[in-house]
Design a protein around this ligand. Structure first.
Ligand code: IPM
Ligand code: MG
Length: 356
């Protein structure tokens, strides 16, 4: 098969980690008889510099015409002073909306070899950590009504949290389907003791759960969930939550896996077109220095093979190669610990390539 992939390297370390990932994909293609045709497109700060807007229409069209989208990272200090609608981050939000990618899957797995990099105590880590955050991605406060107005106490600014039954239903289904392939437990995270949107969220999740009697459902308030995640991560299998809470909890989950540089993500909609990206940002402080960890992006490509192309074996093959290289003691700076071998972005890419 030939697959068309829209490549959005973006800003900062984005182009560096994407370069390693396409090499890995090409090797996988050779191994399994597939080929990947890349179309490079502008998104984020680089698009602002080149054409004056973060998400040009040609980029949206190019993504829609592809089988899948692979994104590096967007943003950087250079564009931080721009008004909200013109910021690089708009590219991400615009793509999620335009491609209808309502489900964001963020698996947080602590590799055995990386126990040293995990900030939790060894007795809490136990035999490893494996939590999957399922974040709603096209609703809630990120896409709600917002604005500024004059109030009695000066200027006011507001963002609105709003969820519809359909939005909650479809993300809940995604979470239950994923749980079925894992430990069959879903924890729905909300703030139903305070927020009306959370009360609707909870009642819809309970309704959808009836279709999945084989999956255990529980509910947790977001403040408690953020505490439980570091107190005892083993109690979680799949966590399903809103756009805003999922943004926060997935960063927290990433930290307990050793480094945010390790976490891949998949953003999916109704069809097979998905957008795959590392959950880390553009890391401008280390950009262009061959110091970035390419693993999160390489693992995102594995998720692409699995979720968009149905290539389970190829995905496994990438994940095994990553595990092997880590077991051999190779580390980028973010996951370095004493006695290990420090390597740069390119060398890490080469090692994973060789292990495939
Ligand atoms: C993420 C990021 C984005 C988000 C930003 C860059 C807009 O933090 O993907 O988690 O908040 O969704
Ligand atoms: Mg985030």
């Amino acid at each position: 098969m030939e697959y068309k992939i829209a490549l959005l390297p973006g800003d900062g370390i984005g182009p560096e980690v994407i370069a390693q990932t396409t090499m890995v994909l090409d090797k996988i293609g050779m191994k399994y008889g597939d080929s990947f045709a890349y179309t490079e497109l502008l998104a984020g700060g680089c698009a602002i510099d080149a054409v004056g807007e973060p998400l040009p229409q040609v980029t949206i069209d190019g993504c829609l015409a592809s089988d899948s989208v692979l994104l590096g990272a967007v943003g950087g200090p250079k564009w931080d002073t721009l008004p909200g609608e013109q910021r690089p981050e708009r590219a991400l939000l615009g793509l999620r909306g335009a491609l209808g990618l309502f489900a964001n899957i963020r698996p947080a797995i602590l590799h055995q070899a990386l126990k040293e990099a995990c900030p939790l105590r060894e007795d809490i880590i136990g035999d490893g950590i494996d939590v999957c955050v399922v974040r709603e991605l096209t609703g809630g406060m990120y896409f709600g009504d917002r604005g500024r107005r004059q109030g009695d106490m000066g200027e006011e600014a507001y963002d609105t949290e709003c969820y519809s039954e359909v939005e909650v239903e479809r993300i809940a289904r995604t979470a239950f389907e994923i749980a079925r392939k894992r430990a069959k437990k879903v924890t729905s995270v909300d703030k139903a003791n305070v927020l009306e949107s959370s009360r609707l969220w909870r009642s819809v999740v309970i309704r959808v759960a009836k279709e999945y009697p084989d999956v255990v459902l529980d509910h947790m308030y977001v403040d408690n969930a953020s505490m439980q995640l570091i107190r005892d991560p083993h109690q979680f299998d799949v966590m399903v939550t809103t756009n805003m809470f999922g943004d926060i909890l997935s960063d927290e989950a990433s930290m307990i896996t050793g480094s945010i540089g390790m976490l891949p993500s998949a953003s999916l909609g109704e069809g097979t077109l998905g957008m795959y990206e590392p959950i880390h940002g553009s890391a401008p402080d280390i950009a262009g220095q061959d110091r970035a960890n390419p693993i999160a992006t390489i693992l995102s490509a594995a998720m692409m093979l699995r979720f968009s192309f149905g290539q389970e074996q190829a995905a496994d093959s990438i994940e095994k190669a990553v595990t092997q290289v880590l077991a051999q003691g190779y580390r980028t700076g973010d996951i370095m610990s004493s006695g290990m071998k420090l390597v740069g972005t390119k060398e890490m890419g080469q090692l994973i390539l060789a292990a495939i």
